[in-house]
Design a protein around this ligand. Structure first.
Ligand SMILES: Nc1nc2c(c(=O)[nH]1)N[C@H]1C(S)=C(S)[C@@H](COP(=O)(O)O)O[C@H]1N2
Ligand SMILES: [Mo]
Length: 436
C-alpha cells in the first residue's frame, strides 16, 4: 500500500496561473481559456469581457444602506441562506435526539468551519446548561479531588489550537453502495475550528495523580450521560478542556459551556457538556466502548478503542450533485487531514486511480487540522472518475475501500471509513458519487 512515486507524472503537475506576458492578446492565446467563461461567449480568463465606456452605477451606490444596530449578533447575507448544516436524510432516524447534522463542506471557504455550520452529533439532544451553575469535578485516583466553576477554569492562562474533529461514523452509509449524493452527506460529519481552553494535564497535575493511574473517564451532563475512557498518556499529552470555539464561547450544540477536546481522535471521545473527570487504573468499558464505537474485524472479532482518525481526504469541488459547465480548466479543490500528524502530500486521479498527479497544498498546513489542496485540471469533456489520496507525516497513505476490506470486516454499521472516495464525471459534466 506504499505510495508509488512513479505513479506521479511530474510533467503534468499543476503549474498554477501563468503570468500575462504581452497583455490581453497573448493572454487570449494562452492556455487559460476557462470552461465557464468560454461557454459564456468567448471571453478569456475567469472574468467576462468588460465593455469599454462608462461603468453603470448600481442602486446600492445611490442611497444609504442599513443602519448599524445598537447591539446584534451578525448573520450571513440572505443570499447565503442555502448554506446550512443539514440533518441526515440518508441514514434517517425516527426521532431527533440521537441524530446528526452535517457540515456543508462544499461551501466551506478556507480551513475553518463556522460555528453555525459545524456538524452536530448527540445521543440525547442538546441540554440547556447555565454556566453559572456548571461545575467540573476531578476525582478518583488523585491526591486531592477538585471542583471547578466555569469562572475558576477561565482564570487559567488559556491556549488556542486549530484542530479538525470528525465523527467515526463519517461515511458509514457509503462503503460499497451509493447512498449519498453530496459531499455534505458523505463527509459532513467533519469540521475544523480553533479551540480555546486549558490542557487537561494542568488540572490533573493540580489534583495530583495517584500511583497506578492509567485511564481517565470523561462524562457529560446531557441526557445520555455520555462517557468515554481515555489513556492517561494522551491526557497528559495534548487533551484540552475547552470553552472557546472560533473566537466565541462554544455553541450549546457543541458542548456549551465546557467540553473535552482530544486532538486527532474520533469525535465521540470529545465529551460535550463535561461535568466529571475520574482517574482510574483501567478503562470503564462503557456502552460507547463495547456495544458501540467498536469495529468488526475478520473472523468475528471486534476491535475496541479505535481512537485515531487516520489520514483521509476528499474532493469537495467538483463533488456530488454539481455540474461542470463544459470542457476546459476545472479547479479541483478538497480537504485532507490526519489524526496522526500533518498532511505531507495529496495526489489526485482522473482515471479512477490508474494514474495520479500531485496536488498543491495550501498554507497553513497544520498538525491534526484540515488542509486544503487544489489542482488545475484540463477536462477533455470525456467521462472521468476523480478522487484524491492523502499521505501524512508518518508516511501513511490513505487506503482504498478494497485495501481496508482486506484487514477489516466491512459489513453493517461500520465506522472509521477513511477510504479514497471517487466521484464520476459524465460527458455532460454531471458529478456523482462513484463509490460503488
Ligand atoms: N456528552 C456528550 N458528548 C458527546 C456526544 C454526546 O452525545 N453527548 N456525542 C459525541 C460524538 S459521537 C461526536 S462525533 C461529537 C460531536 O461533536 P459536535 O456535535 O460538537 O460536532 O461529540 C461527542 N461528544
Ligand atoms: Mo461521533
Amino acid at each position: 500500500m506504499g505510495r508509488r512515486k512513479e505513479d506521479l507524472d511530474e510533467s503534468k503537475r499543476s503549474s498554477g496561473i501563468q503570468p500575462v506576458e504581452e497583455g490581453r492578446r497573448s493572454f487570449l492565446k494562452g492556455s487559460l481559456m476557462l470552461a465557464g467563461a468560454a461557454a459564456a461567449g468567448g471571453s478569456a480568463g475567469l472574468a467576462s469581457v468588460a465593455q469599454a465606456g462608462s461603468l453603470a452605477i448600481p442602486e446600492s451606490n445611490k442611497s444609504m444602506g442599513r443602519e448599524i444596530e445598537p447591539k446584534a449578533y451578525g448573520m450571513p447575507s440572505k443570499y447565503e441562506a442555502h448554506v446550512t448544516r443539514n440533518r441526515t436524510d440518508v441514514f434517517v432516524n425516527k426521532q431527533h435526539w440521537s441524530d446528526w447534522s452535517m457540515t456543508p463542506l462544499q461551501h466551506q471557504k478556507g480551513i475553518i468551519t463556522p460555528n453555525g455550520l459545524f456538524y452536530e452529533r448527540h445521543h440525547a439532544g442538546t441540554p440547556d446548561i447555565n454556566p453559572e451553575q456548571h461545575t467540573l469535578v476531578v476525582h478518583g485516583m488523585v491526591k486531592q479531588p477538585l471542583k471547578f466553576s466555569m469562572d475558576d477554569l477561565m482564570r487559567y492562562p488559556s491556549m488556542s489550537k486549530f484542530y479538525f474533529m470528525e465523527c467515526s461514523g463519517n461515511g458509514l452509509t457509503d462503503w460499497k453502495t451509493v447512498k449519498s449524493t453530496t459531499v455534505q452527506q458523505t463527509h459532513g460529519l467533519l469540521g475544523c475550528a480553533q479551540w480555546t481552553g486549558v490542557p487537561l494535564s494542568w488540572l490533573l497535575d493540580e489534583a495530583g495523580l495517584a500511583d497506578g493511574a492509567k485511564w481517565v473517564l470523561l462524562e457529560g451532563a446531557d441526557g445520555s450521560a455520555h462517557l468515554r475512557s481515555i489513556p492517561i498518556e494522551k491526557c497528559m499529552d495534548d487533551v484540552m478542556i475547552v470553552w472557546g470555539m472560533n473566537g466565541e464561547m462554544l455553541r450549546p450544540e457543541n458542548g456549551y459551556p465546557l467540553r473535552a477536546f482530544i486532538p486527532g481522535w474520533e469525535g465521540n471521545v470529545c465529551v460535550k457538556w463535561l461535568r466529571r473527570i475520574k482517574v482510574g487504573d483501567k478503562p470503564w468499558n462503557a456502552r460507547s466502548e463495547t456495544a458501540r464505537y467498536t469495529d468488526p474485524m475478520p473472523e468475528g472479532k471486534w476491535r475496541q478503542f479505535s481512537f485515531v482518525m487516520e489520514c483521509k481526504s476528499v474532493i469537495t469541488s467538483p463533488s456530488g450533485g454539481m455540474k461542470i459547465p463544459g470542457p476546459g480548466r476545472v479547479e479541483i479543490e478538497g480537504f485532507a487531514w490526519s489524526g496522526n500528524g500533518t498532511i505531507k502530500a495529496v495526489d489526485v486521479t482522473f482515471d479512477g486511480g490508474k494514474t495520479w498527479r500531485e496536488a498543491k497544498l495550501e498554507d497553513p498546513v497544520l498538525d491534526k487540522c484540515l488542509t486544503r489542496f487544489r489542482y488545475s485540471w484540463d477536462w477533455d469533456g470525456g467521462p472521468a472518475k476523480i478522487a484524491s489520496r492523502a499521505v501524512d507525516s508518518t508516511g501513511y497513505v490513505q487506503p482504498t475501500v478494497a485495501d481496508i476490506d482486506k484487514v477489516r470486516a466491512i459489513t453493517g454499521f461500520v465506522q472509521h471509513h477513511n477510504g479514497v472516495f471517487p466521484w464520476s464525471v459524465s460527458s455532460s459534466g454531471e458529478v456523482a458519487n462513484a463509490i460503488a
